[in-house]
Design a protein around this ligand. Structure first.
Ligand SMILES: [Zn+2]
Length: 61
């Protein structure tokens, strides 16, 4: 199963969740502040730029 990363919009915490590919959960509660204002990001995003979740992960390198 793919590993998704979420970022909390409240405290900036980034955490990982392993979910089935068909999971439709939007807001994963933040483990740090329990806030629900989180957004899913790709684990392969490069620093400085955001990559939308629907974008395919490019091969490493
Ligand atoms: Zn948070």
């Amino acid at each position: 199963m793919p590993i998704y990363e979420y970022r909390c919009k409240d405290c900036g915490e980034v955490f990982e969740k392993i979910q089935p590919a068909r999971a439709k959960q939007k807001g994963m509660p933040c483990p740090k502040c329990t806030g629900k204002e989180t957004e899913r990001i790709m684990s392969c995003f490069s620093s400085g730029s955001r990559v939308k979740a629907q974008a395919a992960c490019p091969p490493a390198g």
